[in-house]
Design a binder for this molecule. Sequence first.
Ligand code: 13P
Ligand code: SF4
Length: 344
Amino acid sequence: AAGERERRIESALDALGDDVVILGHNYQRREIVEHADFIGDSYQLSREAANSDAEYVIFGGVTFMAESADIITDDDQQVILPSMEASCPMAGMAEALQVDAAWEKLTAATEDDVIPICYMNSYADLKAFCAEHGGLVCTSSNAADAFEWAFERGEKVLFLPDKHLGTNTAHDLGLEDDTLVWDPWADDTDPEAIRESEVILWEGYCQVHERFRAEHVEEVREDHPDANVIVHPECRREVVEAADRVGSTADITQAVENADPGETWAIGTEIHLANHLDRWHPEVDVVPLCGDACMDCNAMRQIDPNYLLWVLEELVEGREQNVIDVDPATADRAETALDRMLEL
Ligand code: 13P
Ligand code: SF4
């Protein structure tokens, strides 16, 4: 059945020709990335979406990525997400409604100018909120640049939703002692702590990367004493400190691409990328940090190849399914925040 499905996907792609481009995030399963025209991290895929002139951009990824693609592509291009169930739990941890209320509390507690920065892993209305308040978007590959951009314009940064990426970025910039993980709904936050902090972090996290612990790094080093350990910056600080390197999924891919034959690389990110790297680089020993179940993202896994086949065959029949359509007013403001990132 899988062979038949592959044949049908290829024949639908042949029929659609240049009308369609398929973008595949590094965490997508093999049966999706094998059909992708571009495979990459969130930042690279947003650039590919911006550069593409295909009528249909089929996004192998999660909702927030498809929304961003819709915002930065032209109005006559359609972005299609093969499954509407593919929603990143982290993005849902900072909804614009909550952030609006928290912003009032925050700005009432300090006279400093606060610049909001939202991680790409957020919904369009939060990106719009950031633009409105003078801020921008960043991904895991340009968070430090985004913080520097913000500190040229204000005294404090509010970073959301990922407290771990925020903590790791603050460390990179030597701001770890001026960082507060803030729960806006806790009554016991000392207002002085807000006034004294330069980096204020929302209490969000990635369910996959938070599962990694420093013990996993120790275990992998016991089993593979020569291993180079590289982890994603969505990991806890203790994991980043125990690892040899930290980087976005594109950086992790590049590290394995540049490895010498026979080297061992232990990968602290989503399991599908570790599996792709193992398959693409048989000369390198690629080891997952804590096992298949621990490293699996259930949001990314929603993009089943049967759904890819379905959206493609529907397009061949002239029907557009699962179109991601951000409302124009939100899209317009969110685009400002994305453009500020693309210009970094
Ligand atoms: P990057 O591809 O930007 O490294 O992001 C990782 C991620 O968690 C995307 O959901
Ligand atoms: Fe969201 Fe984490 Fe999955 Fe990325 S890996 S889509 S951040 S839950």
